[in-house]
Design a protein around this ligand. Structure first.
Ligand code: CA
Length: 423
């Protein structure tokens, strides 16, 4: 990998190197949302950069001056690529750099990330959540249906998914109100109503689509790269007690729809390309519309951190409770998109398709508390002496994701949320 430097200072270990250049939307004090690109500790104001004419030959100015990325996503991969190349040229510090941005007044174009508030980067019209980790699907099968085969017969043939709720997708830092609902305590004959007592997380990665298809025309698996713009971290908050009582026969509903947190920066597929790798082999071979010779797994390291209210008060740092990797997922993003569109449904710019919980092989690599604590039977030990089976009010969960090879790093930042008491 050639070593490229930016003239903007990028601290060691930063997720936002010049190799990354992720897109997001931000607000300064009371100003309207603007699109931006993260570099080091700063955000580059795309609205201002477009107004200075720096992208006029490669992209419609209006697409970069909108409050959301949807119009930019609709322009498709050739434009995404041209804008990314321009950004890299404007920000790099070598003979091939484009000096126009550097020559302008920096204060008009860059703001420290700590001085802005991130907002939703896209309007998510449709949200789908898959169930594509073999380990997670097996674990949940054992926990939810202990007396039967954990993996249902369709699982190795179909990337299983359901339609989620886009209205409650929020960015990093948004508080999560504990949901209330119906649950049926074990050994009870009738359900009760109240705040969930088994609030959980799901560590996931989601892809955001661009361009889109025409209704009635499936997206062939070979075209997936033209439609997938980039990836975000996803926390699919889950109320296990509400979920367990409601999920049969039609699937998840109110146990999931109360909140879904994403990381605010969309890391592009182009930035992740150096970390592309082979996905696990599939047995049996999927049907032809789900087959591709391309490599579609991505070597993305993932971590889940937990900090309780007492830990915060006593000055304990967040504890890493799980670490895993995205590359082990059984079904790939290309297969998910080909499957999601095979019936001709409409895929639109800004749709979110989440992977399903990413779990590895052992408890230290599981992507949910119900797995880590095996249904609450093995509570986690925390550094201040507390234990946790499921989340309590005041708990804050942070998801992190990054790719690394030597000093070459591309990261997602974080997706955090703190639980507040039920209303
Ligand atoms: Ca999920």
């Amino acid at each position: 990998m050639p070593h490229v430097r930016s003239w903007i200072d990028v601290p060691a270990g930063s997720d936002f190197t010049i190799y990354n250049l992720p897109y997001g939307a931000f607000r300064k004090s009371d100003g309207p949302p603007r699109l931006g690109v993260a570099i080091g500790t700063k955000v580059l104001d795309l609205h201002a950069a477009a107004a200075a004419g720096l992208f006029d030959d490669v992209c419609d100015r209006g697409a970069l001056q909108a409050p959301l990325l949807n119009a930019f996503l609709a322009l498709g991969r050739p434009t995404w690529k041209a804008v990314r190349l321009r950004l890299a040229a404007l920000l790099r510090d070598d003979d091939s750099s484009d000096g126009r941005l550097r020559a302008l007044d920096h204060t008009k174009f860059f703001t420290e990330q700590r001085d802005v508030r991130m907002t939703m980067p896209v309007y998510v019209g449709d949200y789908v959540d898959f169930y594509s980790s073999l380990e997670h699907a097996t674990n949940l099968g054992k926990l939810f249906r202990p007396n039967s085969e954990p993996l249902l017969p369709n699982w190795r043939h179909i990337p299983i998914g359901y339609h989620g709720r886009s209205s409650t997708i929020v960015v990093d830092g948004t508080p999560v109100v504990r949901p209330s609902g119906q649950r049926k305590p074990p050994n009870a004959d009738v359900p009760v109503f109240g705040p969930s007592t088994r609030l959980d997380i799901e560590l996931e990665i989601g892809f955001i689509t661009g361009r889109g298809n025409r209704m009635g025309e499936p997206i062939p698996i070979g075209d997936a790269r033209e439609h997938i713009f980039g990836l975000v971290l996803v926390n699919d908050w889950s109320a296990r007690d509400i979920q367990a009582w409601e999920y049969q026969p039609l699937g998840p509903f109110l146990g999931k729809s109360f909140a879904t947190t994403i990381s605010p920066w969309i890391v592009t597929l182009d930035a992740l390309d150096p970390f592309r790798t082979a996905s696990p082999s599939q047995d049996p071979a999927p049907l032809p519309y789900l087959q591709t010779a391309e490599r579609w797994a991505y070597d993305i390291r993932l971590a889940v951190e937990l900090q309780t209210e007492k830990m915060r008060a006593a000055g304990f740092a967040p504890k890493t409770v799980s670490q895993t990797n995205f590359k082990e997922m059984y079904w790939t993003m290309a297969q998910q998109l080909a499957h999601a569109s095979v019936n001709g449904t409409l895929i639109r710019p800004g749709d979110l398709y989440a992977s399903g919980t990413i779990s590895g092989k052992t408890a230290e690599n599981f992507g949910s508390f119900i797995e880590m604590t095996w249904n609450g039977s093995k509570p986690l030990q925390l550094p201040d002496g507390e234990t946790r089976a499921f989340l309590e009010d005041g708990d804050e969960v942070t998801l992190r994701g990054w790719c690394e090879a030597g000093d070459f790093r591309v990261g997602f930042g974080k997706a955090s949320g703190r639980i507040v008491a039920a209303r």
